[in-house]
Ligand binder design. Structure first.
Ligand code: B12
Length: 294
């Protein structure tokens, strides 16, 4: 037997092992009488009675409610655009209220998604255009400052800079020309002795409280500071992978409990806007890891 024969035999054997969920045919009069029970419901077209599941259930069956069906769909659609418009308007108003004097909606990292929402529909009577222009200017300034290093954050910003939002996924323009990306070229720096910085790392909420000055090459991330502290001894930490990067879950063996998290603070009391992998402390900074509830 050749290789092909062996492969077919193997696939056949696997197929024989596989089982499927098969519902044998049900008496059609039973299906019809079940469908008939929905008919009176399809006459109830008030907002509180309209139910998308009724329409979907019928459409995915072998029975139909003739003209009632089209009318029901029409009523559902008008109710749903109304509800969605209301929900979008409420969310848009909240986002606009959260604009900071610099132009961000919330902070720099919530602004891309906020802009995607604001782009989806016009708002009568609101200064939407100016608000979006201010947010765009603030984002571009942050982008130039190197604030966008996190893959998730970049992925939320890219559509905005291309005048797109997730709503465009409904009918993507697959034929629109796109530029092929090439990896960025990094010019190797001349052999330089790395400059070292000192970061004070403190964890007051454990006993005995931890407080040490950690020396790392300039440009290191907070995660590299934590690694160095662990390497030096007397400090321990643990992380969990997430879509935003490594999430700090334990410090000095203390795992977070229900609704608790290890907050990253720049002393005296500024919560960081980036995670341990992205935040790069400056020389002389004090970083506190604080166990808090949310
Ligand atoms: C809910 C939330 C939290 C909750 C998470 C609790 C929970 N178990 O649900 C709490 C309040 C604990 C939290 C903490 C922090 N958060 Co938060 N958080 C969010 C939020 C609103 C939603 C995340 C989510 O549910 N995603 C959806 C699920 C499906 O994806 P996921 O990957 O499984 O989600 C997990 C991770 O996102 C993780 N997580 C939450 N926040 C952060 C932050 C970082 C840096 C990392 C790596 C992981 C992480 O918790 C989620 C649930 O397990 C986002 C905003 C957003 N739009 O994404 C901000 C957001 C991700 N958080 C942010 C920040 C900065 C933090 C903190 C670093 C704040 C601080 N100074 O301590 C800490 C994390 C510290 C640490 N221990 O590593 C920023 C990240 C910005 C960036 N540049 O990456 C965001 C985007 C908010 C913002 N606009 O500033 N956060």
């Amino acid at each position: 037997m050749g290789r092909l024969g062996a492969l077919l035999l193997l696939l056949g054997a696997l197929g024989a092992l596989a089982d499927i969920c098969n519902i044998p045919e049900v008496d059609s009069s039973l299906v019809q009488s079940l469908g008939q029970r929905l008919l009176p419901w399809m006459d109830q077209l008030s907002l509180e009675h309209l139910n998308p599941s009724i329409y979907v259930g019928l459409r995915l069956s072998s029975v139909e409610a003739s003209t009632k069906e089209a009318f029901y769909l029409h009523s559902l659609n008008s109710d749903l655009r109304h509800r969605i418009t209301l929900a979008i308007r409420t969310a848009q108003e909240k986002v606009l209220k959260a604009q900071t004097p610099e132009g961000y909606f919330g902070n720099v990292y919530s602004t891309p998604l906020a802009l995607q929402l604001l782009m989806t529909s016009p708002m009568p009577g609101a200064e939407l255009g100016t608000a979006c222009l201010n947010a765009r200017a603030a984002l571009l300034a942050s982008l130039q400052d190197g604030a966008f290093q996190n893959a998730l954050m970049i992925s939320q910003l890219l559509p905005v800079l291309n005048h797109k939002s997730y709503v465009d996924l409904i009918s993507p323009d697959c034929l629109a020309p796109r530029v092929t990306l090439e990896p960025a070229t990094v010019t190797p720096s001349l052999m330089q002795v790395p400059e070292f910085i000192h970061v004070m790392l403190k964890v007051p909420s454990v006993w005995p409280p931890y407080r040490h000055s950690i020396s790392v090459p300039a440009g290191s991330s907070l995660e590299e500071v934590l690694m160095k502290a662990q390497e030096l001894g007397g400090f321990m930490y643990g992380t969990q992978a997430s879509l935003s990067g490594p999430y700090l879950t334990s410090v000095m063996g203390k795992e977070v409990g229900e609704r608790e998290f290890w907050q990253l603070i720049r002393a005296p009391d500024t919560p960081l806007q980036q995670g341990i992998a992205d935040y790069r402390p400056k020389d002389g900074e004090t970083i506190e890891l604080r166990l808090v509830t949310w």
